[in-house]
Design a protein around this ligand. Structure first.
Ligand code: BGC
Length: 816
């Protein structure tokens, strides 16, 4: 127990004593979408929560209060650097404090069980050890900044299909060895102040009511002393949730707790002592974040970490996370880094080079103040080079939100049609969630109109559409394009994540403004217990012939000394609330790369995706960089790496399949509500290693700009020491990976697994020794008979490797 916790206990007890039942139960329910109520009678101010893993959005879902956008969690894991993860956490704590946020809803430590998982970009890895180490660093950083981390989603929320109802059937061994393992490591090593209970069920019980896993494993076995908060709308029943150990039901104001919980106590259906326990845990959270006046926060103001430059950190993580998976020799030397001095003409190609895909969709979304696109970054870094750009292929056939050329306002009207408020809009999107703008009330609000003008840049057929559920009327230049209702069908948060729908096309002339108007009437019902006005005006420019676009890019590539093609997934492919159905790059991006590579031998492909995509051209291009979703400094970091100012520092945190058919686990759709994890402990490299297919790139793969010799490995089952030498001609950084291979195969186990790793750096020609501790857990399995961890004795081979399949030196140990 940290010292400040001891101080807290008396104050917490005094507060519990003082609060009546209604006050106590109100504290366990969201006051609104993002906060808990204040209870001034005990000196408690409201606790504010916010997503998420790449930045801190704050309490409004809009760009008017921008946030630093770091690279996606997959990129952070690709750094294999827990210290960098810790700095990312500190930056987000700093952002949280700036925005008045006490509880950060991150990190996401579910596993890359299948490459189809829709929120793959938001999780770290297919490996529980790497996930646990990176998650530990991140949580430490957040909490050193005095902000609570919320490790999510507990547990087995590894896919999105039917996430509110799916029952994941997971045997005890994979549950312990894989899915619980990162949570366990983080609870042990970083002592998080909160954990989020997932939407899904595990083995028949929904996670917001899972006594066995929450009360038994998390609190009982692991000694977790923080708060368990529900995922948004995940709490199902008053009694079940309280008995299951759920402390906070979010969002509010109408939840299964609050008044319903007070009633349940009064009716004798739940025990007030259980309510008191939950209240104690919320008060402890409050005390830690400094929301309880009687006690100092866990991190007093004078012990907060030094301020961090968010842009610089975003750029550093993006460089460290980018994985160079291919760097072929051209004219006797590797294609990368490019030599800026000798480069007269570069072609930069692909929609994602100009409209950078910097983050995944859904609740992880934040709105940065500025984004450096790949084209911006390269143009700035190559002042003496001619940089030509062509779109080549557009991965999205989806409409965008009304932006450039639109001048819009929101007009709020009452039921009589009278205007009760007018507000400027930066774009055609409205997300009023839990609150409506100042000056109007949700009760009085009957309809909202997005109104204004659009001045086209280009002449031609412009498409207009609507985004959101419910009743809309869309009028452009005097023509009604749509008047009707968009029905709700699937995920409860569909209104947020569903794509826009095209409602019609209008021929417009460049430079001539037209009037546009979209009126929306929100559905108000008892089932939607908070203000929700979420809709938008969508637009797309006149379409160009896709064949002409590719031809134009190929012509540009043919004239250039190097062609840099940026390909990406779209928000329709990787987001929240659904899974992928294939690994294909959307649109004609594969064709673009293949045709560019045919005319330019120095074709460098940059992939911006949060999860693996098929790359049928990968052996036909000079270099391939996997940049993940690189955050707001995307282009600056890309230029740093391509021009060799920084090494590409990343190693694959997940095996990269060549095709979906090769991937070992592809089932993410439940059958009759149940998704069996029938592969047991064999996911990721653990599964690839026993199948016949080779992946495109193995777990741990990636290379920098220097070369390494591994000279020796020594040590024992507790710690190994590896000596390696930088044999190249520049300073370098390497990730030394340690894998265990058991000699004894009497227990069904993976053939080998990651047991440790460490980043090292060395100057050109220098040797370095690195000691890497091996956790005891690496030699254990979860024994389903005794329900306990059991060491498997025998001989183990220990490899120091550059990737899962690239061992450099090995030794043997015997475990007794
Ligand atoms: C997501 C959580 C997120 C919450 C609040 C949910 O839909 O699953 O990860 O923290 O929304 O935005």
């Amino acid at each position: 127990m940290i010292r400040s916790d001891i101080d807290h206990d008396a104050a917490i007890e005094a507060a519990v004593e003082q609060l009546d039942l209604d006050a106590k139960t109100s504290l366990l329910a969201g006051r609104d979408v993002w906060s808990l109520p204040a209870l001034p009678q005990v000196g408690l101010r409201s606790i504010v929560m916010s997503d998420g893993p790449v930045g801190v959005r704050g309490v409004r879902w809009a760009g008017d209060d921008p946030s630093v956008a770091l690279p996606s969690p997959t990129a952070l894991a690709a750094t294999w650097d827990p210290d960098l993860a810790e700095r990312a956490g500190r930056l987000l704590a700093q952002e949280a404090r700036r925005k008045g946020v006490d509880v950060l809803l991150a990190p996401t430590v579910n596993l890359h069980r299948s490459p189809l998982g829709g929120r793959h970009f938001e999780c770290y890895s297919e490996d529980p050890y790497l996930t646990g180490v990176i998650g530990t660093g991140f949580v430490r950083g957040v909490q050193e900044g005095g902000v609570a981390a919320t490790v999510k989603h507990f547990v087995a929320n590894d896919a999105e299909t039917d996430r509110f109802t799916v029952d994941n059937a997971v045997a005890a061994r994979p549950l312990r060895e894989l899915y619980l393992a990162p949570f366990e490591a983080i609870v042990r090593d970083a002592r998080p102040w909160a954990i989020m209970a997932a939407y899904n069920s595990v083995n028949g019980t929904t996670m917001t009511e899972h006594r066995e896993l929450v009360g038994g494993v998390l609190r009982g076995e692991w000694g977790f002393d923080g708060c368990v908060v529900s995922d948004w709308l995940a709490a199902r029943s008053t009694e079940g949730a309280l008995r299951g150990g759920l402390d906070i039901a979010m969002p509010g104001p109408v939840t299964v707790y609050g008044a319903q919980l007070a009633d349940a106590v009064r009716a004798g259906r739940v025990d007030e002592a259980d309510v008191d326990d939950a209240v104690r845990r919320v008060l402890r959270l409050a005390a830690r974040v400094g929301a309880l006046a009687a006690v100092p926060p866990a991190v007093p103001a004078d012990r907060l970490p030094a301020p961090i430059d968010g842009r610089a950190l975003a750029r550093e993580i993006a460089c460290r996370g980018v994985v160079l998976v291919r760097n072929a020799e051209l004219d006797g030397r590797p294609a990368l880094p490019l030599d800026a001095a000798g480069l007269r003409h570069v072609a930069v190609l692909g929609r994602a080079a100009i409209d950078a895909r910097i983050l995944g969709g859904g609740s992880a979304t934040v709105y940065p103040e500025q984004v450096v696109s790949p084209l911006d970054g390269l143009t700035a870094a190559l002042p003496d080079t001619t940089v030509t750009f062509a779109v080549g292929a557009d991965p999205s056939d989806e409409m965008g939100e009304a932006g450039a050329g639109f001048a819009l306002r929101a007009v709020v009207r009452d039921a009589a049609g009278e205007t009760i408020g007018t507000y400027p809009l930066p774009n055609g999107s409205i997300t009023w969630l839990g609150e409506v703008p100042e000056g109007v009330t949700y009760d009085a609000l009957h309809s909202v109109e997005i109104a204004g003008t659009f001045t086209p840049r280009d002449s031609g057929e412009h498409a207009f559409g609507t985004k959101g559920l419910g009743e809309h009327e869309l009028v452009v230049d005097g023509t009604v394009l749509f008047a009707g209702t968009q029905e709700f069908s699937g995920d409860q948060l569909e209104g947020f994540f569903a794509p826009p729908v095209e409602r019609g096309r209008v021929a417009l002339s460049a430079g001539t403004p037209v009037e546009v108007s979209l009126t929306y009437t929100p559905v108000k019902s008892a089932e939607i217990p908070l203000p929700v006005v979420v809709f938008g005006l969508a637009h797309s420019e006149p379409e160009r012939d896709p064949g002409d676009m590719i031809d134009e890019a190929v012509a540009a590539a043919a004239e250039a000394e190097a062609a840099i093609v940026v390909v990406a997934t779209t928000e329709r492919v990787e987001s929240e609330g659904f899974d992928r159905t294939d690994l294909e790059l959307p649109g004609r991006q594969n064709e673009l790369v293949a045709r560019v590579a045919a005319v330019n031998p120095r074709t460098i492909v940059v992939v911006n995706a949060g999860s693996p995509v098929a790359m049928p051209w990968r052996d036909d291009v000079a270099a391939v960089l996997l940049g993940w979703f690189p955050g707001q400094e995307a282009g600056a970091a890309l230029a740093d790496v391509l021009l060799g100012h920084q090494e590409p520092g990343g190693r694959l945190p997940t095996t990269w399949p060549a095709t979906l058919a090769d991937a070992p686990v592809t089932e993410v759709t439940p059958v009759e509500g149940v998704l069996p994890y029938s592969e047991g402990v064999f996911i990721g490299y653990r599964a690839w290693d026993r199948g016949d297919n080779a992946p495109a790139y193995p777990f741990g793969h990636g290379t920098g700009y220097t070369t390494w010799e591994y000279d020796s490995i020594s040590g024992d089952a507790n710690t190994v020491t590896v000596r390696l030498r930088n044999t190249g001609d520049r300073h370098g950084r390497e990730i030394v990976q340690i894998y265990l291979t058991p000699g004894d195969d009497s227990v069904p186990r993976p053939r080998r697994w990651l047991a440790g790793f460490a980043p090292v750096e060395a100057a050109a020609g220098a040797s370095v020794d690195i000691s890497i501790p091996l956790p005891l857990r690496a030699f254990e399995i979860w024994d389903e008979t005794s329900n306990a961890w059991t060491t498997i004795p025998g001989e183990y081979r220990i490899d120091a490797a550059r990737s899962f399949t690239d061992s450099r030196v090995a030794m043997h140990v015997t475990v007794g």
